[in-house]
Design a protein around this ligand. Structure first.
Ligand SMILES: Nc1nc2c(ncn2[C@@H]2O[C@H](COP(=O)(O)OP(=O)(O)OP(=O)(O)O)[C@@H](O)[C@H]2O)c(=O)[nH]1
Ligand SMILES: [Zn+2]
Length: 340
């Protein structure tokens, strides 16, 4: 998909679904794809609603797939406008469009998930008649199957704020994401103070002021050291699970005035695409199934608990705002239920 090649997704009991990711397609590839029959367009419900293409279907799952029927005037420019929200404000969409029920609904849902895993916009043309390399839905699920995660290596890692630390790296056969845990101090038998930190290249490395990630990361290490012992999980869930490029697309939409929640929806993603089952699995592999959790986000507590970890205490983890992240923090409080 990243190379712009078509793929076929097969869900058991459904017709095979052959598709081409719009982001990596070009006019020539598009013309070759489904040349005789024409192609439909597959979007997420959130993206389709943004474009007002869902005929007011009540409260559908934002991640559910929506299929738009081919019309003779579909071309690369139109496919790009359907896929990419960047130009929504500049070029209003001209129809008419007709949405139809996806012929392979489970394969279509898996396709949207695969785009997110690949870091691409979740939008495809569908309908190619030649079956391509076949990907089974189970193959896509395996990328996010936390039970397949294992400890790969552990080593001593003194860090500036905690000299007595050890790094533990995890990986699974299917996923390229290499998650790590920094174990600070040694167990004294009490539940560790734990922080789930999701990767944020802009905040963690470049010192971005748009979010609170960098200061939260520093403060977490300090708090764990002060508590005596604990674990920082550094989860490779950049952009709340949508990847760096898609997060930066969300930033570009924020430059147009949308908040962090609406930016994700306009792109066609869930507001938070993270799976905290990965964190639960890492804690279980470290032998820590009872934890004190540093967070303001009730979804992290719920996600760990649902995956079998007992959160004995939630420890607030708020830091002072700056002029650039005030709105971001207010959105967390007002729209995503953060207890700030
Ligand atoms: N999609 C998207 N992701 C963002 C944005 N701003 C920050 N992020 C990502 O959000 C994640 C940071 O979330 P966390 O620090 O875990 O914070 P949280 O879920 O709000 O919860 P706590 O800090 O634990 O209260 C990182 O992966 C960032 O890259 C944004 O505007 N859009
Ligand atoms: Zn950040």
């Amino acid at each position: 998909m990243r190379r712009g090649w078509p793929i076929t997704i097969q869900a058991e009991g459904e017709p095979p679904l052959t598709l081409l990711a719009i982001e990596t397609a070009d006019a020539e590839r598009l013309a070759r794809f489904a040349a005789e029959r024409g192609y439909d367009v597959l979007l997420s419900n959130g993206r389709a609603e943004t474009l007002k293409l869902t005929n007011q279907r009540a409260a559908a799952d934002p991640d559910a797939p929506v299929q738009i029927e081919h019309a003779p005037w579909f071309d690369m420019a139109l496919a790009t406008a359907l896929a990419d929200p960047q130009l929504d404000l500049a070029t209003p969409m001209k129809g008419p469009f007709r949405t139809i029920a996806p012929g392979s609904p489970r394969a279509a849902t898996a396709a949207l998930r695969l785009a997110r895993i690949a870091g691409l916009l979740p939008a495809y043309v569908v309908g190619g008649s030649e079956v391509q390399d076949v990907v089974r839905v189970e193959d896509i699920d395996a990328h996010e199957d936390a039970t397949r995660l294992m400890i790969a290596v552990r080593a001593r890692l003194p860090v500036a704020q905690a000299e007595d630390a050890e790094i533990v790296a995890f990986r699974s056969p299917e996923s390229a994401d290499e998650h790590v845990a920094l174990v600070i101090g040694s167990s004294d038998g009490t539940p560790p103070l734990v922080r789930l930190h999701s990767e944020c290249l802009t905040g963690d490395v470049l010192g971005s002021l748009k979010c609170d990630c960098g200061p939260q990361l520093d403060a977490a290490i300090r708090a764990i050291r002060q508590a005596g012992w604990g674990v920082l999980l550094y989860l490779r869930q950049e952009g709340r699970g949508i990847g760096l490029i898609n997060k930066l697309r969300a930033y570009a939409l924020q430059d147009q005035g949308f908040d962090t929640v609406d930016a994700n929806t306009r792109l066609g993603f869930a507001i938070d695409a993270r799976d905290f089952g990965v964190a639960a699995r890492m804690l279980a592999l470290l032998g820590q199934e009872r934890v004190r959790l540093l967070t303001n986000n009730p979804a992290k507590v719920a996600g760990l608990e649902a995956a079998g970890i007992t959160v004995v205490e939630r420890v607030p983890h708020a830091l002072p705002a700056n002029p650039h992240n005030e709105r971001y923090l207010a959105t967390k409080r007002d729209r995503t239920g953060h207890q700030l």
